[in-house]
Ligand binder design. Sequence first.
Ligand code: FAD
Length: 255
Amino acid sequence: MKRDFGSRAELVAYVKAEFPESLVHGEEVSETRGGRKAAEALLEKVNPDRYARSRNFLSGAVTRLAPYLRHGVLSLGEVRRKALTKPNHEKLVNEYAWRDYWRRVYGQIGEGVWKDREEAKRRWREQRETAELPADIAEARTGLACMDGFVTELTTTGYMHNHARMWFASYVIHWRRVRWQAAAKFFLTHLLDGDPASNNLSFQWVASTFGAKPYLFNRENLEKYTDGKFCRKCAREKDCPFAKSYEQIDQELFQ
Ligand SMILES: Cc1cc2nc3c(=O)[nH]c(=O)nc-3n(C[C@H](O)[C@H](O)[C@H](O)COP(=O)(O)OP(=O)(O)OC[C@H]3O[C@@H](n4cnc5c(N)ncnc54)[C@H](O)[C@@H]3O)c2cc1C
């Protein structure tokens, strides 16, 4: 295989020609740069204190390290040691620990990550489940500016913020009652950091098949952590399924 290229455009053209099957899911190429140099530059910039204070906001100081960790360009031990040299690192190290935990569970159960680990903790009011991801969700045509925005970012850049992953997973599983495996496959197809351990077990945590209760959110929560950027321009602003209290949502969705 060719290893040296005059430009990024040349590299992209080469990969497209050599791996035409990669174009089945879209032609967009992420701006994320691969390789050790890019990873080290990003690691230097990580600010655990700003991370701890802002990580739940879409505009927060998240690290973007996951693709490098996923593909072994950086090790978990190395990023942890680096964090420990900086102030207020507990939250960040805690998140690295989640990754470590999911990975250890995966090491024990392997393909078992595709099966419900436990019974779901609540029963939906309407039990009808869908095995496939509906086209309106996968093609960003739900009319919900938030969900469509998340999918567009995922399919064009290979990235989705952690909080957006949680909202999206919750919407797909609990509001639309799609089997979590369908959404997990969709994520693994597009995420640059796609990894069956963190991905599937996080989906199971949202679904409550590997967690104490279903993860739910409401519009107030989403609006706060997105600085209202989706709700302001949403065609379904008046018919928002999330514009309710947690109690109302709970009653509407679950028995
Ligand atoms: C439904 C769902 C699916 C997910 N799928 C994946 C996946 O396929 N691959 C993946 O690497 N992560 C996954 N995550 C975890 C997390 O969302 C990503 O690791 C994170 O958003 C990647 O962006 P970042 O590097 O900027 O993370 P940051 O927010 O900057 O976090 C720093 C690092 O901590 C680790 N981390 C943070 N949050 C988590 C978490 N909840 N679980 C495990 N590790 C975490 C990651 O290694 C991440 O790079 C998923 C989470 C959810 C809710």
